[in-house]
Write a new protein. Sequence first.
Length: 258
Amino acid sequence: MYENIKYEVKDQIAFVTVDRPKALNALNEDVLSELYKAFSQFECDDDARVAILTGEGKAFVAGADIAAMSKMNALEGRNMMILGHKLMNYMEAIEKPIIAAVNGFALGGGCELSMACDFRLASTKAKFGQPEVGLGIIPGFGGTQRLPRLVGKGMAKYLTMTAEIIGADEAYRIGLCEKVFEPEELLPEAEKIAKAIIQKAPIAVGSAKVAINNGYDMDLKSASRFEIETFTAAFGSDDKAEGMGAFLEKRPAEFKNK
Ligand code: DAK
């Protein structure tokens, strides 16, 4: 079904792996389309509660495919840009968590792809950067927008204008990743974190993502209003009755996603 990615669901976790190691998992139209399909599969599968996105080999994703882009005219470039934005906006809209497990190079479009995930776990071998200006372009998959939202305007401009590639510790320091692990620990730790989320109420977890992602771009008053509505949906769920009942009865909650 897929040629450039792997998709596997195990213990309610969807593992999405970009699998094009000979080009350091660079994103071309096929990879972008397959990722879109994989995340649609994840969204519709009630047995998959959390996705972990990673890369095969020494890269997470080393960027958009430079060889493919070098041959594109402006219209073809625009089409690819639409596809990339569609994918990354879609990942943010899915009401289930998507974790980036950044195993290696996350450059250009790869850094942008990781930023469309809900949070980033990095291996000590991870390298982040937006090197586009060295290629005569600027970030084209939302990097000029998501990077400042994560690390602040000044740092986003610094990274984008200098094209500096930073390691995991610096990425952690500036808020571009949330945790750093030894390479062999990255996926097991990502799995542990996914399992911890799976123990929580699914509607509440999904609603938290919706509230944070949508409210972030609103003014505080509108965002507060939006939180009230999102909160109310979770408050009316059976899982709220179960979660609070379980606390009062001093037993573990058994959430039903209702
Ligand atoms: N695209 C295509 N091939 C790539 C690639 C990439 N981004 N990155 C690596 N490769 C290929 C290399 O060409 C090489 O292929 P062969 O020569 O073996 O055939 C193979 O992967 C292994 O790479 P290296 O031999 O270079 O490996 P090293 O370990 O020596 O170096 C590296 C690793 C990551 C430092 C180096 O490969 C590198 O600098 N790669 C390019 C990184 C980069 O500049 N990435 C940003 C790309 S620009 C847009 C939307 C979005 C974007 C643009 C436009 N619109 C739709 C218009 C986004 C742009 C970008 O992401």
